[in-house]
Design a protein around this ligand. Structure first.
Ligand code: DER
Length: 220
């Protein structure tokens, strides 16, 4: 079985009746949502919130009872993927363009379980360019301010147009190279006017579940 899938399905075993569950975004979270849909059909009584329109549509198609974020003040467990996980469990997320809603849902969750395959584990963050969500207004100026921090900012495109997030913003993929102090970088980036948030998730993960190509799965 696919390494991402075994990690995602392992995380769903922690979901109990009456929980409010946060549904992540991406190809790993996809398998968690599929498994949750199966379990709901078998009688699991939960309600869920989604971190993207894509995940919401998938969950609805599977019959998972959905809540809007305005209807919850706390989430019991969120299961989500990541682009990189370092040894302190700091994350780079946003490869799927959903970082803002993912971070809002994660920050509202009692527990955030990150599900990845082994390739996502790194000693230091940064091989994956850091996604930064910015408003469209004066985006060139915002990109210049990101560049001044020492990265190469690339506006994410979809076909010939800039990619638009579910929130109507742009994503700039910022190659900082190896990131020595992710916590400080996170704060510096978010001080730039025009930046909405960035893909550094600092000390938010309660558990990291790793799937391996040989079929094993490890909970860290
Ligand atoms: O966009 C995100 O943060 C996703 O969780 C993503 O980074 C992980 O994507 P994957 O599970 O498809 O590798």
């Amino acid at each position: 079985m696919d390494a991402k899938r075994i990690a995602a399905e392992k995380a769903t075993a922690y979901i109990d009746h009456e929980m409010v569950v946060g549904l992540g975004t991406g190809s790993t979270a996809y398998w968690a949502i599929q498994k949750i849909g199966e379990n709901v059909k078998r009688g699991l009584r939960i309600q869920a919130v989604a971190t993207s329109i894509q995940s919401e549509n998938l969950a609805k198609a599977l019959g998972i009872p959905m809540l809007s974020m305005s209807m919850v003040d706390s989430i019991d467990l969120t299961i989500d993927g990541a682009d990189e996980v370092d040894e302190a469990w700091n994350l780079i997320k946003g490869g799927g363009g959903a970082l803002l809603r993912e971070k809002i849902v994660a920050s509202t969750s009692k527990n955030l379980f990150i599900v990845v395959d082994e390739r996502k584990l790194v000693k230091k963050l940064g091989a994956f360019p850091l996604p930064v969500e910015i408003v469209t207004f004066a985006h060139e100026i915002t990109q210049n301010k990101l560049r001044a921090l020492g990265c190469i900012p690339v506006l994410r495109m979809k076909e010939q147009h800039p990619y638009l997030t579910d929130n109507g913003n742009y994503i700039v993929d910022c190659d900082f190279g190896s990131i020595d102090h992710p916590e400080e970088l996170h704060q510096i980036i978010n001080m730039i006017p025009g930046v909405v948030d960035n893909g550094l998730f600092i000390k938010m993960a309660a558990k990291v579940i790793v799937g391996y190509q040989d079929g094993t799965v490890i909970e860290m």
